[in-house]
Design a protein around this ligand. Sequence first.
Ligand SMILES: Nc1ncnc2c1ncn2[C@@H]1O[C@H](COP(=O)(O)OP(=O)(O)OP(=O)(O)O)[C@@H](O)[C@H]1O
Ligand SMILES: [Mg+2]
Length: 323
Amino acid sequence: MKEAIAVENIAKRFADVEAVNDISFTVDKGELFGFLGPNGAGKTTTINMLTGLARPDSGTMRIGGIDCTNRTMRAQQLIGVVPDESNLYPELTGFDNLCFCAALYGLSKKERQSRARELLEAFGLTQAANRRFGSYSKGMKRKLTIAAGIIHRPEVLFLDEPTTGIDVASARQLRQLIHDLHRSGTTIFLTTHYIEEAERLCDRIAFIVSGRIIQVDSIENLLQPFQARYVVQITYENTANGTMERLSKEFPYLEFSSPKKGIIQVDGNKPIQAGAIVHFLEDLGVEVSEAKKIRATLEDVFVRITGIEANAMREDKEQGGMG
Ligand SMILES: Nc1ncnc2c1ncn2[C@@H]1O[C@H](COP(=O)(O)OP(=O)(O)OP(=O)(O)O)[C@@H](O)[C@H]1O
Ligand SMILES: [Mg+2]
């Protein structure tokens, strides 16, 4: 069977909040599927329903072909969950936490200990194995929480914002671990608000905003309509009066804009001769320091499709969720 997760018309309301509003999607076996959206979009609510922590108001869900809309027990064995906030015990050591989780999944004592050691090693936590989980740094906590989520080698892994709130180096390490898990065949459902992370890791992405899926497709297909655009960004040191008007007059088939101070963006529907524009600017007395071709990114697609500025989304999150 090809399908790992199937969601049909799932909805969940909290009082007057439509947290998840009639969403449907499927995730293939072995796929790394991204759920990308801003604060309050309904990402965690969706994971909670799929993993049995919340019951949908309507709709159906299957994991590995097993209907888990009402009874999740049989699907539980197939899945691993890494919540956005750790569910491990602060008073237990890293090693004991992993052994405890392994026991919950019925691994034998010998298996528990060898699997715990193996994962501590793989996540670079061997040195901290006998320290209390409560004394771990944020990045170490996140790593151990992920290790606990995969202790029973689940077929389908749910990761809720795995790299939020940890330092750049740890986040990079975790992305590599997620990539490796994906390569080894695990189906992964990942929520994130980092567009670059989704672009780098995921096979397919759903944009979720206000409880609704706005678009779901492969990165390649999402980017496709944007590949036909040609964009050049010109960075300058000083400007001259009326530069933009004169550019538009000289190159009427191109579109000029200024996304921020010190930058002129040129959009065209044919390849752009950046040299001619740079010469023209220099003749006007503008000192150009750089001209570079810009490749469309998922961020462009996201902003275009959702109408949400990616920066706004990022700042929202850093203020609300990091700390
Ligand atoms: N237990 C609850 N009771 C009431 N409202 C809730 C509950 N859980 C979620 N909500 C609301 O449902 C909406 C979706 O929340 P959810 O946590 O799923 O968003 P999210 O996409 O995970 O956001 P974030 O990026 O901040 O983690 C929000 O408006 C939230 O306030
Ligand atoms: Mg969330």
